[in-house]
Design a protein. Structure first.
Length: 248
């Protein structure tokens, strides 16, 4: 599933769209482009030029130089594809073509991505890669929920998915069931540092799946640090793995 690092790599890919005049848009997938009817996104974008590619958490948006903004979300399996498929584009759910002949598409086998005009990001918390210390303490440390569930709350902090949360909690040696109210200021600061480090590493290495803890996330998996068998449970609605020794 795409998380913040995958979204950032998609944003970098979308930078290739900047400065190019839009010639055509395929917005006929009414589920991916909801609530817009077919043709509405196209009529708003054709003739304009993208001027900036931005991201907060897993949410992407492209601003035009004098018109609307295009919001994109990769869903659970999407990515940004620049090349045209060799066969019929069954999984290209939304496509933008440029006057110079180039294009990009939201390619998504599971059809859970989104394309929308002028997205409202008011419900999205600060970006996990750049959130400040005081904001992190306030937003992540508030309440009494399990810390794993809080990290997954996109309204508190944006961009952390299931794999990244397990990786970061393992790096910080914090149990995923720990109530947020029990975390000390020092633990919250450590968690933020480890989150930023894990995000930088995942972007550099090619995705969240490259984390050192991720290969161990399987039944009968063992901690990469101490070798102890991992625990497994559902926390925050997601399958969670952790080391009962390192994260005890």
């Amino acid at each position: 599933m795409p998380e913040l690092p995958e979204a950032e790599r998609a944003r970098v890919t979308l930078e290739s769209a900047l400065g190019r005049r839009i010639a055509a848009v395929d917005d006929t997938d009414t589920y991916v482009c909801r609530p817009h009817p077919p043709g509405e996104i196209a009529s708003a974008l054709v003739g304009h030029t993208f001027a900036g590619a931005h991201r907060r958490g897993k949410f992407l948006w492209l601003v035009t130089e004098d018109g609307p903004t295009l919001g994109l979300h990769l869903g659970m399996a999407g990515h940004i594809a620049l090349e045209a498929p060799a066969e019929k584009p069954l999984w290209d759910r939304f496509t933008v073509r440029f006057e110079d002949g180039g294009r990009f598409a939201l390619r998504d086998r599971r059809r859970l991505g989104r394309a929308v005009l002028n997205p409202d990001l008011g419900h999205v918390g600060p970006d996990a890669a750049t959130v400040g210390r005081d904001a992190f303490r306030r937003l992540v440390g508030a309440g009494h929920t399990a810390i794993k569930a809080r990290l997954l709350d996109q309204g508190a902090i944006a961009g952390v998915g299931n794999l990244l949360a397990d990786q970061v909690l393992w790096q910080a040696r914090i149990a995923p069931r720990r109530p947020t109210s029990e975390l000390s200021t020092e633990e919250l600061d450590l968690l933020r540092r480890q989150l930023r480090a894990a995000v930088r590493s995942a972007i550099r290495q090619g995705g969240v799946h490259t984390g050192s803890f991720i290969p161990a996330r399987e039944r009968e998996g063992a901690c990469p640090r101490c070798g102890h068998p991992l625990e497994r449970a559902t926390i925050g609605g997601r399958t969670t793995y952790w080391c009962p020794v390192c994260q005890g």
